[in-house]
Design a binder for this molecule. Structure first.
Ligand SMILES: [Zn+2]
Ligand SMILES: [Zn+2]
Length: 166
């Protein structure tokens, strides 16, 4: 038999199921000491870990649902913000944009007679292609007496009421 005595010092953690009273090594699954009958406490930490693993195994973790939901929600919000960023129909800014597009199309169709003073009657008149550059006359929703004009850059349409003079 090998002469391997345990190290001195009673407070040291006992290897395997060594009896805390008489230091007799016992079987791992033995509950009491085979020599003195002392109750041997099993080291609980080793057997607890698999149970914690089983608890998470097969069950839905909230993070599995919440994280994708947040990602999808963020993507939807980003999409809505990106699409709805422009001026809404019915606002003066929207009208200015529509008039600006109509003006750009008109000047492209009539490069030799570019419109220098905004003429909505001219824009709603059907062009050579049969379609008018502008569907209908637009008036400022804030102040109907305001007028839309071509800005000094010759491209942008401004409102005499809403657009701040630079
Ligand atoms: Zn014992
Ligand atoms: Zn306006």
């Amino acid at each position: 038999m090998a002469n391997d005595k345990p190290a001195a010092g009673g407070a040291a953690p006992l290897p395997k199921n060594v009896c805390p009273a008489c230091k007799t090594p016992n079987e791992l699954n033995s509950l009491t000491c085979k020599k003195c009958g002392e109750i041997i406490k099993k080291s609980g930490k080793g057997s607890k870990a698999p149970q914690e693993y089983d608890a998470t195994e097969g069950s839905f973790s909230p993070a599995c649902i919440v994280i994708p939901a947040v990602l999808i929600l963020g993507a939807v919000l980003f999409f809505l913000l990106a699409v709805g960023r422009g001026p809404k129909p019915g606002t003066c800014e929207y009208n200015q944009g529509q008039l600006g597009k109509a003006l750009w199309r008109y000047n492209k169709a009539h490069p030799e007679s570019r419109m220098t003073t905004l003429n909505q009657d001219e824009l709603i008149r059907p062009s050579r292609g049969g379609k008018p550059q502008l569907k209908e006359r637009l008036t400022c929703p804030v102040d109907p007496s305001a007028r839309y004009e071509i800005d000094t850059d010759g491209v942008t349409v401004i409102c005499t009421r809403c657009t701040k003079k630079r």
